[in-house]
Design a protein around this ligand. Structure first.
Ligand SMILES: Cc1cc2nc3c(=O)[nH]c(=O)nc-3n(C[C@H](O)[C@H](O)[C@H](O)COP(=O)(O)O)c2cc1C
Length: 309
């Protein structure tokens, strides 16, 4: 298929891997790119050196386009931006900060730029800053959340109506139904996190996180640290501990330290970010299987809708 997103990024399908700190490494990103999407290396917990290494590692696996995700609030963000510019990364996905600061420089260096936004005003600001596309991230998403709490179903058409640049939808998209729904809402593509956690190629999470994803259901995630540093995580024993700490009045810094304190590779409970769509995940699949489900499954659904089946 061809649309503005596939043409902008030179990819087969308008499906991106959402950057997931400490999880979306070169291997997982390359698998998504090889399957026709846009694989994303998450840089949030990388140093400049380790990010440069991951980028080289990805380029050893695939020659296809890929992205690097940089939350601009990360203390080392400036160094990471320098690395992506020097490495001529095809697509940079910025988040959590102002797109006005680095977009022009990144585009000058030859990268396409997307910015993650949670509301219409932020989408307009990103468009004004010159980004090529926005990722509109609904409240269903795993990871840090916006205080506005706008769900994907309302957010996508609102953003699509407000900007001229293409919009990717994120948050709660796990299967062909979610993908087709987002396309109908006007998104020209999707950015998916949680669904790709349960893949053969996702090797950065341990048995505890994996098992909790596979046994997850509709009520298995929770927004924690509301009003301080809202984050959607699995509602496990660890989440209860954080809630106790918050009631005891710990500082934002202590909360952030606690969120990042766990070992993702552990076989024990930990601070595991995860989206509301987790209940739809039944088994570990390959990245290719997930991509095929999105692409062929949504085509079938849309055909069935058109014929009234
Ligand atoms: C474990 C985890 C880590 C994440 N880390 C980041 C990150 O480092 N940077 C970022 O911009 N978004 C991050 N996100 C959000 C994802 O990029 C993506 O937007 C989100 O997962 C989409 O919603 P979904 O989980 O319902 O698919 C993270 C999400 C998860 C589940």
């Amino acid at each position: 298929m061809k649309n503005r997103i596939t043409q902008l990024f030179n990819i087969k399908y308008p499906i991106a891997l959402g950057g997931m700190a400490g999880v979306t490494d070169a291997r997982l990103a390359a698998a998504v790119s090889e399957a026709g999407g846009l694989g994303t290396i998450a840089a949030a917990t990388e140093s400049a050196e380790s990010l440069a290494t991951e980028i080289r590692r990805l380029r050893d696996i695939t020659k296809l386009p890929f992205a690097v995700n940089i939350p601009l609030m990360a203390p080392q963000a400036k160094d990471l931006i320098q690395v992506v510019m020097e490495s001529m990364v095809p697509v940079v996905i910025t988040a959590a900060g102002s797109p006005a600061v680095f977009t022009a420089a990144l585009k000058q260096a030859g990268s396409r730029v997307m910015h993650v936004i949670p509301c219409v005003d932020a989408a307009k600001k990103a468009e004004g800053a010159g980004v090529d596309a926005v990722i509109a991230e609904g409240f269903e998403s795993g990871g840090f959340a916006s205080p506005f709490e706008i769900g994907t179903l309302a957010l996508i058409p609102l953003v699509v109506d407000a900007v001229r640049i293409p919009v990717l939808a994120a948050g709660g998209v796990v299967d062909a139904r979610g993908y087709a729904a987002c396309r109908i809402l006007g998104a020209e593509g999707i950015s998916v996190g949680t669904a790709f956690l349960a893949t053969v190629e996702c090797t950065k999470i341990g048995s505890a996180w994996r098992e909790q994803i596979l046994s997850g259901r509709d009520v298995s995630t929770k927004i924690l640290a509301r009003g301080i540093a809202p984050v959607r995580m699995l509602a496990n024993r660890w989440a209860e501990e954080l809630e106790k700490l918050i009631s005891a009045g710990v500082t934002k810094k202590e909360i952030m330290n606690f969120i990042f304190s766990g070992d993702p590779m552990s076989s024990e409970d930990g601070p595991f970010a995860c989206g509301q769509g987790v209940g739809l995940i039944q088994r570990i699949r390959t990245v290719k299987e997930i991509m095929e489900d999105f692409v062929t499954g949504s085509e079938e659904l849309l055909k069935r809708m058109a014929t009234g089946d």
